[in-house]
Design a protein. Structure first.
Length: 152
């Protein structure tokens, strides 16, 4: 029994077990390795993708339940190979260390920029409670998000 996924605008047929978490289909079937399966419990945010425009941990979503929904991975957030606004700000703020958390951070913060252009420092800290970074202490990530919010 197959199912279909729409990932970064492409409609794809999938023959895998429909109960497999979306993160594994993305990585192993579609070779989109941005989302990282770190905790597999919905806690760390490293596997975050946009599902119908909302950030969601792809480790918690059985792939078949993503059928008919619009899936955007971090690979789909950088148009034409260019860094998007939050990616450029993270680079400018020298915010990246090991990088394991960053695909999820980019997904969460891209959504914040798109939906909350008036977001405050506290709002940024609140949304980042769903994205664990074990390296940076968050300060430069928050600086980058504030920078991106003031960059048009
Ligand atoms: S791997 Fe999905 S939230 Fe951690
Ligand atoms: S940069 Fe290493 S976990 Fe965030």
């Amino acid at each position: 029994m197959g199912f279909s996924l729409t990932v970064n605008g492409d409609r794809l047929s999938c023959a895998a077990d429909p109960a497999i978490p979306l993160v594994d289909i993305l990585r192993e079937e579609l070779h989109l390795t941005g989302a990282k399966p770190v905790c597999r419990e919905g806690f760390c945010g490293a596997c975050m993708v946009l599902v119908d425009g909302e950030p969601m941990p792809s480790c918690l979503l059985p792939a078949a339940l993503a059928d008919g929904r619009d899936i955007r991975t971090v690979e789909g957030l950088a148009p034409h190979g260019q860094l998007n606004r939050i990616q450029a700000a993270l680079e400018a703020a020298d915010a990246v260390q090991c990088g394991m958390c960053f695909p999820g951070m980019v997904v969460t913060l891209t959504h914040l920029l798109a939906t909350r252009p008036d977001a405050t420092r506290d709002d940024i800290l609140m949304v980042l409670t769903g994205n664990v970074c074990r390296c940076t202490g968050y300060e430069r990530i928050v600086e980058a998000a504030l920078l991106a919010l003031t960059t048009t």
